[in-house]
Design a protein around this ligand. Structure first.
Ligand code: NAD
Length: 462
């Protein structure tokens, strides 16, 4: 695994403007594995300048040619998928099979989907006596988190490039190595210089400089609601478009007619996946009173299966945060049925897969995003109460409904205030729009809906 000591700007690795570095730590053994430069506002300015200079040429490149470059990029990611998985395992701690299947597999699927969309999307349409042109919005400033580090970069870069935009990416501090690997892949794929640029650095310095830069036309941010709110305010003041993919507290609603064992097992797997560090994770399981204790027993067994198979959380601060939520759950009277604050290993930022029963909607652990392997099981007496609980948070990113009859599940899902709902364990679809209702965000990612965020319209009347 290679770490670059420069920034990928204007088609080359260039020395960073400042001397500071960020240490990258393996969360499994707490060892420093690499350093990358901590970008300054000057690096951001250079990168935005390169993206702006490259914009006219890339925006004028025919969509079929943009599609060809994206196909080449997807092919490089495929060729380097083992390296991608090993890098994410090293800097995020994800177990290798999960890193291979998801952290490498998902970005490949998304890059492929945008290679196709770039070739097939209607960048012009007729509306009565008008022709509407869908034009690239300009220079994109993308700020990404660490939890699915390559996926979140690709979910912004691929649609931006498909649209004809140029981009500067500021990846998360904890996971800059896979971002550097991605920059190498962009280079290998033959993208013109300046179309993609990477500035590693700290959020409040490099991230903020990017969000505030007057040369950026669209800020695309994925991360916490707290930072998203700040970025939204900055963009609003500059009358600049912003997309925000923020936190979640999604409900897994198990209706009385559901296949309980399946719903609980899939639900626990979903909540524990990526050590619970998934914004769309179903961290609240809602079960009818009549089947509540049975569900709790099944969840306890399912959580025990994860035992030592689960990876660590990303860093010491995140681990302390997750443990403080477990303490809060205990203090507020929830019943611990699996896991707890005791670490399953001596070294590394591990947290035991934890399940709480007797959680009520007013408890902190039922309201706030924990971002660790902690599942809350709540009880309801009728569907109206289930709906009140499901919709009773500030968030609305994802969710699930299980019922014996699909139509019954769909009827419930229609009433949920959330951006995505899986019906009876529905499969992931990389073309389906992903994004939040309420404080889970603004805008959508993936598929044609994600592409449209990077386009602006011009209408010609005849
Ligand atoms: P974070 O908000 O702390 O950081 C996200 C990114 O923002 C990082 O690159 C960071 O360096 C940068 N940043 C931090 N402060 C900044 C500032 N003042 N100005 C500009 N940039 C700044 O979030 P995190 O802890 O890295 O990620 C976890 C959060 O991300 C969770 O809340 C999770 O729900 C959310 N998330 C949401 C989605 C989604 O699609 N909705 C996906 C993944 C993660």
């Amino acid at each position: 695994m290679k770490a670059h000591d420069g920034m990928y700007i204007d088609g080359d690795w260039r020395p960073a403007a400042g001397p500071d570095v960020i240490e990258v730590v393996n969360p499994v053994d707490e060892q420093v594995i690499a350093t990358v430069p901590a970008g300054t506002p000057q690096d951001v300015d250079t990168a935005v300048g390169a993206a702006r200079a490259a914009l006219p040429g890339w925006a004028a490149t025919p969509p079929a040619e943009r599609a060809a470059r994206l196909t080449a990029l997807r092919d490089v990611l495929v060729a380097r998928k083992d390296e991608i998985a090993e890098t994410v395992t090293a800097e995020l701690g994800a177990p290798l099979p999960f890193a291979q299947a998801v952290h490498a597999g998902l970005p490949i699927a998304v890059a492929g989907s945008y290679a196709e969309l770039a070739a097939t999307h209607a960048f012009e349409e007729k509306v009565g006596n008008s022709t509407v042109l869908h034009e690239p919005i300009g220079v994109v400033g993308a700020i990404t988190p660490w939890n699915y580090p390559l996926h979140q970069i690709v979910a912004k870069v691929a649609p931006a490039l498909a649209a004809g935009c140029t981009i500067v990416v500021k990846p998360a501090e904890d996971t800059p190595l896979v971002a550097q690997l991605f920059a190498e892949a962009v280079h290998e794929a033959g993208l013109p210089a300046g179309v993609f640029n990477l500035v590693t650095g700290l959020g409040p310095i490099a991230g903020q400089a990017l969000a505030e830069h007057p040369g950026v036309d669209l800020v695309s941010f994925t991360g916490s609601t707290a930072v998203g709110r700040q970025i939204g305010a900055t963009a609003g003041a500059a009358v600049k478009k912003v997309t925000l993919e923020l936190g979640g507290k999604s409900a897994n609603v198990i209706l009385p007619s559901a296949d309980l064992a399946k719903a609980v097992n899939v639900g626990v797997a979903n909540a524990m996946s990526n050590s619970g560090q998934t914004c769309s994770a179903w961290t609240r399981m809602l079960v009818h009173t009549s089947r509540y204790e049975e569900a709790v027993g099944l969840a306890r067994e399912a959580a025990a299966k994860y035992g030592d198979r689960i990876g660590p959380v990303v860093n010491a601060k995140q681990r302390a945060r997750v443990l403080s939520y477990i303490d809060k759950g205990l203090a507020e009277g929830a019943r611990l049925v699996a896991g707890g604050t005791e670490s399953p290993r001596e070294q590394g930022y591990f947290v035991s897969p934890t399940v709480f029963a007797d959680v009520t909607s007013d408890m902190t652990i039922a309201q706030e995003e924990i971002f660790g392997p902690v599942l809350s099981i709540l009880r309801y007496d009728d569907e109206e109460e289930a709906l009140r609980i499901a919709n009773g948070t500030l968030y609305g990113l994802a969710g699930a409904v299980w019922a014996g009859d699909e139509a019954e599940a769909v009827a419930f899902a229609r009433r949920m205030d959330t951006g995505q709902v899986d019906i009876n364990g529905g499969r992931f679809n990389p073309l389906a729009p992903f994004g939040g209702y309420k404080q889970s965000g603004v805008g959508r990612e993936l598929g044609a809906h994600g592409l449209s965020e990077y386009l602006q319209t011009k209408s010609l009347q005849f």
